[in-house]
Design a binder for this molecule. Structure first.
Ligand SMILES: [Ca+2]
Length: 353
């Protein structure tokens, strides 16, 4: 009897051991499977490409800062547009390096000149070859490749004239099938500075043919025309929070703002002494921002809560006007602010967090 009990005990002990081993194996397998699943699960972040004519107006640099301070985005590429795009890429690369975001590739857009730009002084000693991330000499190809290989529909945020987007659509029209367009373009019911007279807004007018291509491509289009973006400017307490923050990003932003203002003043009066130039630059940089048009396009790529959106048929004419016209493409337009003050607070909070 006792011999039988011993062998039964032995049997049950062996069974228990086997069951335990199987359970552990199952746990390991399940954990492995869920690990693999999470690795292959697409990120919930919004994949974006930022196409910018940075270094012409300063608001692009504010928009770049907002982009980098927005965890909603997975920034796949920044491409430079208009003029000397190679020199502009230096400003972008240096800014990304300071922000600790050299994971972001930089693409040199369609090179239109070898000229200089207002923020060149800030990046004059920076070497593109020293950028730890990727520099694409052919930014248009990089843009096409990034869109075509994206597993999720990607948002192309464009905040300047559109030679890069026009070229990309010309080379590979299928990008419109895997992308959405979000732009700072046009003037629909308001012109510059809230004027009741509409304008041929610069980003459209400077390359109207490319804008026509972009606005007739079969992708979803969202824009902030001057009606909303032309009203954003930080002053007083709100501006001072950014001005005084002194984080790596806001420091780089303010250095660029200073370089941009100084170069603008120098161009407008070449007889100014260095001391006078610095004094006038300080007066401007210490008091308020310029109009921050492009920041609104960044915001629209993640939310439209703070604006009144309208779906309007928009036709881009050859002079660069964005007309409401039944023959136009239906586009989502941010036509008015629900509360501009709330957007300004949001912008300041983001930039200074
Ligand atoms: Ca711009």
């Amino acid at each position: 009897m006792s011999g039988m009990r011993t062998s039964l005990n032995l049997l049950s002990r062996t069974t228990v051991t086997w069951i335990a081993l199987l359970a552990i194996l199952l746990l390991v397998l399940t954990a492995g499977a869920s690990g693999a699943a999470s690795a292959s699960r697409p990120s919930r972040k919004i994949p974006v490409i930022f196409d910018t004519d940075i270094c012409d107006d300063i608001d692009d640099t504010w928009a770049l800062a907002l982009l980098l301070q927005s965890p909603e985005f997975d920034v796949k590429l920044v491409t430079t547009a208009v003029g000397n795009t190679k020199s502009k890429a230096k400003t972008v690369a240096k800014f990304l390096e300071i922000a600790g975001r050299t994971d972001i590739p930089v693409g040199i857009g369609v090179q239109q000149s070898k000229g200089s730009h207002r923020q060149d002084a800030w990046a004059k000693d920076y070497k593109l070859s020293s950028y730890p991330g990727t520099i694409h000499e052919d930014g248009v190809k990089a843009l096409i490749d990034t869109v075509m290989k994206s597993r999720k529909r990607i948002k192309v945020i464009a905040v300047g004239p559109l030679p890069n987007i026009g070229a990309a659509l010309g080379r590979e029209p299928r990008i419109a099938e895997n992308a959405e367009f979000v732009g700072m373009h046009g003037s629909v019911r308001l012109g510059y500075g809230g004027s009741k007279k509409i304008s041929a807004e610069y980003n459209v007018r400077a390359s109207a043919k490319d804008c026509q291509k972009a606005f007739t491509a079969p992708w979803r289009i969202t824009i902030t025309p001057l009606d909303t973006c032309g009203l954003v400017r930080l002053k007083g307490e709100k501006y001072q929070r950014v001005f005084k923050k002194n984080s790596p990003i806001t420091r780089a932003l303010m250095e660029n703002y200073r370089a941009w203002q100084k170069q603008g003043l120098r161009k407008s009066d070449e007889d100014l002494s260095e001391a006078e130039l610095n004094k006038r630059t300080d007066q401007r940089v210490n008091s308020s921002s310029s109009t921050l048009f492009d920041t609104v396009a960044i915001y629209l790529a993640m939310s439209s809560e703070l604006v009144k959106m309208e779906k309007l048929p928009i036709r881009v004419d050859d002079e660069g006007y964005t007309r409401i016209d039944d023959s136009g493409t239906v586009i989502k337009c941010a036509m008015a602010w629900k509360d501009l003050g709330v957007f300004e607070d949001y912008l300041v909070d983001r930039l200074t967090k």
